[in-house]
Design a protein around this ligand. Structure first.
Ligand code: UN1
Length: 494
């Protein structure tokens, strides 16, 4: 069994305590490797290394930083299949989706490599004669990157690649459930030529490693993806410990609206893909279908018929449509929500139980589950379940559909199926989510546009695209007065 180590200041090292834990395949319980269980003393070293490296990394010309990322993108591309296979084994998603996860990392890495020669600022006219006005981006410093297990390559890349090209250094604390992918990603950055200390990797729990990062005065910013509950804690700690910068990417309760004029066959494909792809474990997963009453019964039957035929299994098998949940605790959590849905009076159409027949008993499988006659005020219609559970909510009008969509605390992604351009544009304007799809499901955002959401889905920052540069840099506005005399802005130009 392979044993992985922390990566601090350019060296692969054990946790100081010598403690270790295992990474487990959620499809069958196979032990994939061993990783350190680090503590605050390891964080101390990693932050010190990142601080020291920041002194020189910020001065490396940005195009050079971009070239290292470009090499990393090339290596990611060469190792895509190897990464994807390990990703399926460690996280559970089916192989084509694991390839997509790696591809998303490749995309963002190439994109941010290009930022080495862009990072545009503004040059603007000054209001006084013989005066120059411009703005440039500067790095923030040491960034703690704390990531979830559901996109173990893509999400760390979304956070690290813009950080690095802007001249920041990183301490990376990956999810405890997907450590091996984190190690592989950092190995690639090392091979691409990243100098020691620029990225440091510390394995361990949120309670020990995450907490130490939130409190550490040497960390300037925390970038976190996870639950709203944890996000509130991260923001609170960051405020209390040096008013750190903080970027939060939290949950979703994403809906697909299906209007009566929609192409129902097309909507069906989008719904199945968005609700049961990645076993519902995406922030962007569709967990609500808001459907006009006149087509509700028909759509329900279509969904039930197709969802019942989805094949559960090991994501490495070509015959598998839906992989396992991340662990047994997730199965229990999903099942608790199903019980809540039943008690609330929703009608269970399909699933509603763990899947344990044959080989499935070795893993953490849950049947694709569909509830109908769901009311917008029910907990299953409001809370993030993060599993293969879909709620069908009937409504009368587009206005009501939009109101129901916008009524939850989350605002990440939404979708509408209609063939009426007027209704589509009304929805584009009024759906209060960071991402809106027309005639497509709620998942599958591309990296060249901002990714993030309204309300409690985040704290106003965005990942990916140009917007990511804003999260990981400070603006510096520069005025150069070459008039040779005192010129007073707002006063001497009247
Ligand atoms: C996530 O679930 O946190 O849009 C990220 C999508 C993917 C990213 C999902 N590109 O579904």
């Amino acid at each position: 069994m392979k044993s992985y180590r922390n990566y601090i200041n350019g060296r692969w090292v054990e946790a100081k305590s010598g403690r270790r834990t295992q990474s487990i395949n959620p499809a069958n319980g196979e032990v994939l490797g061993e990783v350190p269980l680090s503590g605050p003393e390891d964080v101390e070293e990693a932050v010190a290394a990142a601080r020291e490296a920041f002194r020189s990394w910020r001065l490396v010309p940005a195009p050079k930083r971009g070239e290292i990322l470009y090499r990393a993108a090339e290596i990611l591309r060469e190792r895509k299949e190897e990464l994807a296979r390990m990703l399926t084994r460690e996280m559970g998603k089916v192989l084509p989706e694991a390839r997509g996860d790696v591809q998303e990392a490749i995309d963002i890495t190439y994109y941010m490599a290009g930022e080495g020669r862009r990072q545009f600022g503004h040059t603007v006219p000054a209001e006084l004669p013989n005066k120059w006005a411009m703005s440039v981006r500067e790095p923030i410093g040491v960034i703690a990157v704390i990531t979830p297990w559901n996109f173990p390559v893509a999400i760390p890349s979304w956070k690290m690649m813009p950080s690095l090209v802007l001249g920041n250094t990183v301490v990376f604390k990956p999810a405890s459930d997907t450590p091996i992918l984190a190690a592989m990603l950092v190995e690639i950055l090392e091979e691409a030529g990243l100098p020691p200390g620029v990225v440091n990797l510390v394995f361990g729990s949120g309670e020990e490693v995450g907490e130490a990062l939130l409190r550490h005065p040497g960390v300037d910013m925390v970038s976190f993806t996870g639950s709203v509950e944890s996000g509130v804690h991260v923001a609170t700690m960051c405020a209390q410990h040096g008013l750190k910068r903080v970027s939060l990417e939290l949950g979703g309760k994403n809906a697909i609206i299906v209007l009566e004029d929609a192409n129902l066959d097309l909507a069906l494909e989008g719904i199945l893909w968005s609700a049961f792809g990645t076993t519902g474990q995406r922030c962007t997963a569709c967990s609500r279908v808001i459907v006009q009453r006149s087509v509700a019964k028909k759509l329900e039957e279509m969904i039930a018929e197709r969802a019942a035929r989805l094949r559960l299994g090991d994501g490495l098998l070509e015959t598998t449509d839906v992989g396992p949940l991340i662990h047994r605790r997730a199965v229990e959590r999903v099942h608790r929500y199903v019980e809540i849905g039943r008690q609330e009076g929703a009608r269970l159409v399909l699933g509603g139980e763990p899947a344990q027949e044959g080989e499935l008993a070795k893993g953490s499988f849950y049947r694709p589950t569909v509830f109908a006659d769901v009311r917008p005020d029910m907990r299953i219609a409001r809370e993030e379940i993060f599993g293969p559970v879909l709620s069908l909510i009937p409504v009368d009008t587009l206005e009501e559909a939009i109101q129901v969509n916008n009524s939850v605390q989350y605002g990440l992604s939404s979708a509408i199926y209609t063939q009426d351009v007027n209704r589509a544009f009304t929805a584009i304007r009024d759906l209060a989510t960071g991402i809106v799809y027309v005639n497509a499901g709620t998942i599958g955002a591309e990296i060249q546009l901002p990714f993030g959401g309204y309300r409690n889905t985040g704290n106003g920052h965005r990942e990916a695209g140009q917007a990511a540069l804003d999260a990981y840099s400070e603006w510096k506005s520069i005025y150069v007065d070459y008039s040779g005399r005192l010129q007073r802005a707002q006063i001497d130009n009247q």
